[in-house]
Design a protein around this ligand. Sequence first.
Ligand code: BGC
Length: 742
Amino acid sequence: MSHTPLRFVRLVVLFFAAVLAVCPLDSSIEQRIDSLLARMTLDEKIGQMSQSTSMATLTESIKAEIRQGRWSSFLNAGGPADRAEAQRIARSESRLGIPLLFGRDVLHGYRTIFPIPLGQAASWDPELIEQAARTAAVEASTEGIRWSFAPMVDIARDPRWGRIAESPGEDPYLASVVGAAVVRGFQRRSLSDPQSIAACAKHYAGYGAVEAGREYNSAWIPEVLLRDVYLPPFRAMLAAGAVSVMAAFNTINGVPATGNEFLLRRILREEWGFDGTVVSDYTAIPEMEAHGYAASAGDAAREALGAGIDIEMVSTTYHDHLKELIESRRVPMQWVDDAVRNVLRLKFRLGLFDQPIPVSRQAVITADARGLAQRLTMESVVLLKNENHLLPLAPSIRSVAIIGPLADSPVDQMGSWAMDGRAEDVVTPLAALRQTLGNARALYAPGLKNSRATDRNGFAVALDAARKADVVLLFLGEEQILSGEARSRAFINLPGAQEDLVSEVGKARKPMVAIIQAGRPLTFQKVTAQARAVLYAWHPGTMGGPAIADLLFGRAVPSGKLPVTFPRTIGQVPIYYARLNTGRPASPAELGIPMGNPANPEGYTSKYIDVDLTPEYPFGYGLSYNDFAYSQLRLSAQTLMEDGTLSVSADLTNRGKYGGAEVVQLYVHCVTASVAQPVRVLKGLRRVQLQPGETKTVTFVLTAADLAYHNQQMQLVAEPGPYQVWIAPDSARGLQGEFTLK
Ligand code: BGC
């Protein structure tokens, strides 16, 4: 095979056309920026480059700062009334009347909390995700918030990292699809619609690759991996129209992302043509000193601005040092003007200068929003096991025992970054099951106070409930505060005495169903061995209870698929499907090594001697109450030409008893490449709805552009040669075909 790249200049051109189509530079906005900039003092300019979090309530001193134009924006500021009043002061009492911008972490809902982002990604349903983001935008903008620090599109391949909960998982294609849906939902077609909010693609870049899953740790990412895995979701967010980007906390290859000219100038601005706003993360600029990169806070300010950070979040190195840096000519005025321009552009794009000063209003949770949250949750839950079709349960069942610390825990159910969600809005599984069955048939005995509890006092009552019931429902997992930012775990098992609780309740010898709510993939083999069915519900949000009850009783059929690989043990991490082969791959005969005690070592192949090589559940995996049969893979040709297309189709039949959806996945593998390529890479997905007995043909169309990756010269190329292709239910199975790219 030759490694001559096809000419893909065309690809790059198409991409920029897409960006510009969404976000053209508006000449009238640019003129207004020019005229404003010409009237601004240096203090006012630095103010536009500074974001405060200090406005818990609107004190007199903050009002004075707003009049002086000391802040462009506020993070997590006050309530709706404070925000409306602050905006009135900025617009009518500051010298230039520049509006404020209120930002907040609207990660997976505002008042209505949808599943955590990792859970939403498990739905593989961009349409519903877009609607959820729209609902969040409407609720947030009602309360004066016009900027969300989302979507988070950090590729996360390490379940130890607590922020995997906020991520779209391990795969750049899936991350791009679900992240773009969030951008569309937030920004709609027009950012100046008062109900639109600005998206912020974060954390740029490589934050998900922090070593050993330890929060804020360094990331080492070779450039090919950066360009093929970690950067594409950011690029996809810009193509979807995202108008802001947040730099990450971590160093990447030794350079803090916050002062990283390569990432922020060369790639983001020059290669991708980004004309939006770049914000630092929370105090990340002065943190460059602790990283051992900047010599002082002033030096950090210079490095950050030089790299292209337009707005400093929370810390005040710009306020404290920029004037002096400009006077001493260590920072050119041009850097300041460029940054201010980028900030004002965002405010103009949002229509903030032109809309009436908002009045204070409260977001309410509507029946529609609840319905949407319930549907998205139903789609995000993944059925991992269903022995002998235990699920769905018959509605006529005499009684169920509801056991475990997460059956009735509203705050935990909302997951991390749900600060505007309210516990009183949440419907828990216990409440929903009581509604379905009536109190007398829903026997509740939590057994443990919370997920980490070790006190066994509740075990006897739980066992008693299990003995009285036909089926035991075990609500297990991790509490809200165990995942999210600064919540790295070195053990990813079920915390506390949950496994012991399951063993105790197992003595009743009743069929058990485990429903696990968590912010990350956990390891829970002991539970899987004892439970006949397992549903993975992530942190499911406001309507988690009704969604889970619907799934348990067959009013809905599970269709979620894992957006991340589940390891058998923490010792396999990092483990992800899009790995490279080795020179000595293990043979199929070498699979099945039992976990824990080393087997007699045999052979010199790439594997472990004390655990199987494969994961517990592969990326893309998820069962249904139906059995979906894949058949008849066909390719429109054996050859894909540089400028041609190739159709890949297969038939999908619902052999089950229920109407339901299957997420069909398209994978490819470039067999020989100038930079070795993963054994499989996801290139397409389709959610297909099928009635019992129905067959549908699913067709994907591939172009050479879909096959492109970066070569050793960092060019995006599609290399001629043989490729494998799969239409598959997950990353470990599927119908396989071959074609050649010419
Ligand atoms: C997080 C960001 C977040 C910011 C503001 C930081 O600690 O890393 O993701 O947007 O806080 O809340």
